[in-house]
Ligand binder design. Structure first.
Ligand code: NAP
Length: 307
C-alpha cells in the first residue's frame, strides 16, 4: 500500500515526487510510455528559471528525477493500463503489476501528435519542434514552416513571425479547422505564406543532422515543391494520455482531465498535474508548478483522512 502513487514522470510528476518525497510520503512514480515527458523531445531549454545559460531538456528531467530519488521517491517503469478509482485504496495496473494507493496524482501528460516521418523523428530537437513558445527564439531571421490547420497551428504561425524571416503554413486541406478570426489574421500577415493543400513528404535533410527544407506535394495537382526552411513546427494537435481514466474522472470534450479547486478532481484523493489537464499553457514551468500543488493537496488529504 502506497501513500501516493504518481502516474507520469515529466516535469509535473517529478516535481510532485520531489515534494511528496520531502513530505516523507515515499511516493511511487510510474514512469509512463514517455519517461521524462515532452522535455525529452527537446534540446536546449532557455526559459526554465534558474538556468541563465539554458539546460538540455533531457538533463533537466534527469536532474529532477535524481532530486526526487534523493528524497525517497521510488520509480517503476511501464505505462498504466487500468485504474479502479471507485473506492480507496485506489488500484492501479501497469503491465502485470497492480498497485494500491491512498492518493493518486495523475501527471500522465499529453503527447504531441506527430506526422510519423522518419526524418521528423531524426531531426526532433534539431530543427523540428512541437513547441513554438519553447523554440521560436532559435529561429531569429530564418525561414520556418508550421504544419497544421487548427487553432494551434494558426497561433504558432502568428507567434513565430516575431522571429522568423518567413513562415510557410503547410496544411493538408484548403479549408481550415481553425476559427475564422485566426485564419483571417494569418491571411493578413505578410510574413506568412499559406501552402495548401499539401502532403508533407519529407523534412530535409536527416543525413546532415539539420533542417534544410521541406518537400511537399500538392494533393490536387500532384506538383512537388521544395521549400528552404531552417525549422519545422509540427502543430497538428496533442492527445492527453487519459484513456485509462475514461468514465472515472471528469474530462472535457477533448479528453483533458478537469481540475477544480487547485488540483482536485471529481474523485476525492485523486489529484491532477501538468499537461494532462492543461491544453493551454503546456510549459515545463507550469507543469512543475502544478506538480507541486498536487503533492501539497495529496499531503493535506492524507493528513485529513489518517484518523
Ligand atoms: P486540432 O484542432 O485537432 O487541429 C489539428 C490540425 O492538424 C487539423 O487542421 C488537422 O487537419 C491537422 N492534422 C492532424 N493530423 C494530421 C496529420 N497526421 N498530418 C497532417 N495534418 C494533420 O488541434 P489544435 O489546433 O491543437 O487545437 C486543439 C483544440 O484547442 C481545439 O479545440 C482548438 O480550437 C483549441 N485551441 C484554441 C486556441 C485559441 O483559441 N487561441 C489555440 C490553440 C488551440 P484536418 O483539419 O485536415 O483534420
Amino acid at each position: 500500500m502506497h501513500n501516493v502513487i504518481i502516474i507520469g514522470s515529466g516535469c509535473a510528476g517529478l516535481t510532485a515526487a520531489i515534494y511528496a518525497g520531502r513530505a516523507n510520503l515515499k511516493p511511487l512514480v510510474i514512469d509512463g510510455h514517455e519517461p521524462g515527458g515532452q522535455l525529452t523531445l527537446t534540446t536546449l531549454v532557455e526559459n526554465f528559471p534558474g538556468f541563465p545559460e539554458g539546460i538540455l531538456g533531457p538533463d533537466l528531467t534527469d536532474n529532477m528525477r535524481k532530486q526526487a530519488q534523493k528524497f525517497g521517491a521510488e520509480f517503476k517503469s511501464g505505462a498504466v493500463t487500468a485504474v479502479d478509482l471507485s473506492r480507496r485504496p485506489f488500484r492501479i495496473t501497469a503491465g502485470k503489476e497492480t498497485y494500491e494507493a491512498q492518493t493518486l496524482i495523475v501527471a500522465a501528460g499529453a503527447s504531441a501528435r506527430l506526422l510519423g516521418l522518419e526524418s521528423e523523428r531524426k531531426l526532433m530537437g534539431h530543427g523540428v519542434s512541437t513547441c513554438a513558445t519553447c523554440d521560436g527564439y532559435f529561429f531569429r531571421g530564418k525561414p520556418i514552416a508550421v504544419v497544421g490547420g487548427g487553432d494551434s497551428a494558426m497561433e504558432e504561425a502568428q507567434f513565430l513571425t516575431r522571429y522568423a524571416s518567413r513562415v510557410y503554413l503547410l496544411h493538408r486541406r484548403s479549408e481550415f479547422r481553425a476559427s475564422k478570426i485566426m485564419v483571417d489574421r494569418i491571411r493578413a500577415n505578410e510574413k506568412i505564406e499559406l501552402v495548401t493543400p499539401v502532403h508533407l513528404e519529407e523534412i530535409l535533410s536527416p543525413a546532415k543532422g539539420a533542417v534544410e527544407g521541406v518537400r511537399v506535394k500538392n494533393t490536387q495537382t500532384g506538383a512537388v515543391r521544395e521549400i528552404a526552411v531552417d525549422g519545422v513546427f509540427v502543430a497538428i494537435g496533442h492527445e492527453p494520455n487519459t484513456a485509462a481514466f475514461r468514465g472515472q474522472l471528469e474530462m472535457d470534450a477533448n479528453g483533458y482531465l478537469l481540475a477544480r479547486n487547485g488540483s482536485s478532481t471529481s474523485v476525492p484523493g485523486v489529484f491532477v498535474a501538468g499537461d494532462v489537464k492543461d491544453s493551454r499553457y503546456r510549459q515545463a514551468i507550469t507543469a512543475a508548478g502544478s506538480g507541486c500543488m498536487a503533492a501539497i493537496d495529496a499531503e493535506k488529504f492524507l493528513e485529513e483522512h489518517s484518523h
